[in-house]
Structure formats: C-alpha cells, structure tokens
Design a binder for this molecule. Structure first.
Ligand SMILES: [Zn+2]
Ligand SMILES: [Zn+2]
Length: 507
C-alpha cells in the first residue's frame, strides 16, 4: 500500500503543467465515468471478496486459514483495481486538466494535485468499508479461538476505529510528508524563473525541491509519531530489559513508543536517521500478546535496522535512483539536440520525458527496492536472533555456537565449533526469533507463506534463520551480499555525484 500511495503522488507530480503530451478522452461523461468508476469498482471487488469470506466462515469457523488467505487475495485485488483506476483516469482522460481549470483550486499551491487524488483516496476508503465485515468476521473467529486457549484478547474494533487506523497507517504516513513536497513542486514551477535568476544556476528549481524533500525526510518521524497514535513506553521491567539491550549493543534513540491499534496489530517499526528523531515503535498488540523474550527478539530486529544503517542506505537508494533517472533523461535531451529530426517538437518531447521519468522511478523502486529491502530484513532477522543469545546453560538445542553440534558441512571435513569466517548464531536464539515471527503472523492473521514488496514470507524467514544457526557460513554469505549491496549504493551515488557536478557545475 505504501508503494501505491507513493506512486499515486509520483503520477500527479509527473503531469506536465501544459497537460499530457498525448491525446486523452475529452468527453465529460467518459472522464467522470472513469474517475467515479475507480471507486465503484474497488468497492464492488472488495464487497465480492468480503461476502465470499463471510458466507463460508460463518458456517465453518475451522476454515479460518482459508478465510485469511482469501481476504489477503481480496486486499491484493483491490490494490490492482486502485492502481489501474488511478493510472487510467489520470493518463487516459483529461481529468487532470479539468481539475486544473477550476479557478479556486489554483488559489493555493499544490491544491490542484491533491484534488486530482481525491477519487483515488475515496476508492481506498470505499474498499476498506467493504472489506471491514470480512476483517471483523475473521477477527471474531480468532477471538473465540484465543478465548478457548485461555487468553483474553481485546474486543474486535468497530468500523470507525478500523477506518481511522487503516487510513493513518497506510495513507497518511506517506501523504502527509508528500504535501509539502507537492506544494514546493508547484511553487518551484511557478517561480522557476526568479529562482534561476536568484541562484544563478539553471537547475536552481530542482535544487530547491531536493532540499525541501531532504528536510521533510529528516523531520518526518516527528510528524509520524502523531499520525500513528503513539505514547511513550512507561517505566517497568520490559523497558529496563530493552534499555539494557540498547546499552549492550550501543543503540541510541529518542524514545521507545507504544503504537496504539486497539490491540489489533502485532508489529514493530523503527524510524529516523539520527538519534534526536529516532523512534522505536512496538505495537500495543505485540506488548499484550507476546512474552518478554519474544518482544526483545522483535526489538532486536528493529535495532538491527539501526545498527546496520539500513535507513541511511535506503536514503542512498533514493538518491541513486534519482541520479539514474536524471542521467537517462539528460541523455535523451542530448540525443534530441544531436539528431532533432528523429524526435517530436521540444515542448511535447519534454512532456513525454516527464512522464517517462516517473514511470522509471516507479520501475526502479518496484524492482530494486524490494530486492534490497528483503536482504536488509534478513540481516535484521539475524541481528534480532543474535540479540537474544542465551547463556551456555540456557541453550537447550543442538547448537554450533555453544559447541553442542557440528556445523552443516556436505564435505564432512569440518570439525565442531564455528568455522573460520562463519557468522555464529545460537540455535536456541534462532528458534526464539523464528517462534516470534510465527506468532506475529498468527496473531495478525497473515498467511505464513504470504510475501510482500519489502519482506519475503514468514515461512522463508524462519527457514533462513534455522539455516544460519546450522551453517555459520550461510550467515556469512548473507552478510557479504548485504555488504556488496551497500558498496554498490555507495559507489553508484559517488559516481552520480561526480557526473552531476561535472555536468551542471555553473561555469
Ligand atoms: Zn524489519
Ligand atoms: Zn546456543
């Protein structure tokens, strides 16, 4: 969902101010039909899936895992409708021009772009309204199961709190930081001439935009902790444990926060580049439903993201993707200057380039970011497991680290103990972390084999953890592959900087 909301903003930002360079549908009935149709279709698809989930689950509670799977498929189907609905209504119709021609929307910078997205946000909300009865039905069955297991969970949330949580969680978290960028984009295109005059460089406008985006990225955690309802983790045994762990691994942060979801979500997260804006979030559901050891393991995973500097490298990824796309655009402009006969007129060509740049950004993120993110997650899993390493006497499994097992070795040449160059993980610690992952999937009703853009499936992550514990060299291979990714990001960004400076340094 994050990716979809981000892509939606990228799409409206990519519309050239003179309108799309190709011919679009200009029949009002068709335009409005497509714009309203995206919300309608999202609602119908969501309703269909929700109905199918409820009809069967009502008569057959044991079908719960099947219901969760169907619900996940329904969520995915709605997202596909949302993506095509948005791209279709923006790129194939004159919706964007119609919004821009409304006078009062021009009275405030950025308002027209936000207005273009209103049907998209409506479609998202309508999809959730329709999906909610199925979400509630699944949670009720799960609630009953937990009651029978002697656990007293919180009552299932109402439609209002469900919608508010989902919208803050999935839409506002991207949309709120994007608003200043959208406003800055409008301002820059309006005042581009005076900015160029004032900074004396041709790319003054772009520089202002990058500076605004960078600033927003830096202070975003201060906004996000209020967009998601959070409060400070109160003093107590758990906080002492987590603080001790932070001391041990040298982790600094501003606050550990409880992330409120009416107990419905079991999750953790970390945000912020530097200590003064760095928050570690543990959801209320996680704290209520898991024992301290597992909470510590999950916390260790988030700490791993900080200690291994994943957020900084994500930032490099963003910068590098801009260099790659910007570089290709520059090449295209130069090619046109060289052989003008083969290209369309300049204004139209620039329009095409602007849209192509957006498509490329989405492509680079869609393909590259997922691959990088999965490896970073595996490394954080490894770190999380290592952070709950027990003492030798507490380790109760055949363990390479604690010398009670020999490492996996097809050649049969290795002796006991961790081989040179291997990264050791205690088998008991790996199991603690794998169990925590399994329980998170269970409590959230996520199918164990469900993948996402940023994570591989829980089943895969569990299997990898056991593999790392049995084979220290497999863990070492993962560490090496992350190192290579980081080196590529660093080198690529450095090269991009040099080339950009050489190309654009004001002479
Ligand atoms: Zn993670
Ligand atoms: Zn052990």
């Amino acid at each position: 969902m994050y990716f979809l909301v981000f892509a939606a903003f990228a799409i409206v930002l990519s519309i050239p101010s003179g309108g799309l360079p190709w011919k679009t549908i200009e029949v009002p009935a068709l335009t409005y039909g497509m714009v309203a149709g995206q919300a309608l279709l999202a609602g119908i698809v969501a309703w269909g899936f929700a109905r199918a989930v409820r009809t069967r689950l009502d008569s057959e509670p044991a079908w719960l895992p099947g219901a969760q799977r169907l619900f996940a498929q329904g969520t995915f189907a709605v997202r596909v409708v949302l993506a095509f609905g948005l791209a279709g209504s923006i790129y194939l119709t004159d919706w964007a021009q119609r919004v821009r021609s409304v006078r009062w929307l021009q009275s405030f910078y950025g308002l027209d772009e936000l207005a273009m997205l209103v049907p998209f946000f409506t479609a998202i909300l309508l999809g959730w309204v329709m999906l909610y009865p199925a979400d509630r039905a699944i949670r009720r069955v799960h609630f009953d199961q937990q009651l029978r297991a002697g656990i007293l969970p919180r009552p299932v949330w109402r439609l209002g709190s469900y919608l508010s949580f989902m919208f803050r969680q999935h839409v506002l978290i991207i949309a709120v930081p994007m608003v200043p960028i959208v406003i800055a984009n409008d301002l820059v295109s309006y005042y581009s001439r005076s900015i160029r005059h004032w900074t004396k460089v041709a790319w003054g406008g772009e520089a202002v935009l990058v500076a605004v985006a960078g600033l927003v990225f830096l202070v975003a955690p201060l906004m996000l902790r209020h967009i998601w309802h959070t409060r400070v983790l109160p003093p107590g045994e758990l906080r002492d444990r987590l603080e001790r762990m932070c001391k041990r691994i040298g982790l600094t942060y501003r606050r550990i926060l409880i992330w409120e979801s009416d107990g419905m979500v079991v999750n953790a997260a970390v945000m912020g580049l530097f200590r003064p804006v760095r928050y570690i979030l543990l959801s209320d559901g996680l704290l209520e439903m898991m024992d301290d050891r597992k909470i510590e393991a999950v916390f260790g995973h988030e700490a791993g993201h900080v200690k291994k500097r994943h957020i900084q490298y994500y930032l490099l990824f963003a910068i590098l993707s801009m260099f790659i796309v910007g570089g290709l655009m520059e090449l295209a402009m130069r090619a046109r200057a060289q052989w003008p006969g083969y290209f369309p007129p300049l204004a139209q060509f620039e329009g095409y380039l602007q849209v192509a740049a957006m498509a490329l950004v989405v492509l680079v993120w869609g393909m590259g970011f997922g691959a990088v993110s999965r490896r970073f997650e595996w490394q954080a899993d490894l770190f999380g497991a290592q952070s709950v390493t027990p003492s030798e006497s507490e380790c109760n499994r055949p363990c390479v680290l604690h010398g009670t097992a020999t490492p996996f070795d097809p050649s049969g040449e290795k002796g006991p103990g961790v081989p040179p160059g291997g990264v050791p993980v205690c088998a008991t610690a790996a199991t603690t972390f794998a169990d925590a992952l399994h329980r998170i999937a269970d409590l959230n009703g996520i199918p164990i084999d469900a993948r996402s853009w940023r994570h591989s499936s829980i089943a895969n992550r569990k299997q990898l953890l056991h593999q790392y514990a049995a084979d220290p060299q497999a863990a070492a291979r993962l560490e090496r592959s992350v190192l290579i990714i980081k080196a590529v990001l660093l080198a690529g960004t450095a090269i991009g900087l040099v080339v950009a400076t050489w190309l654009y340094w004001p002479r």
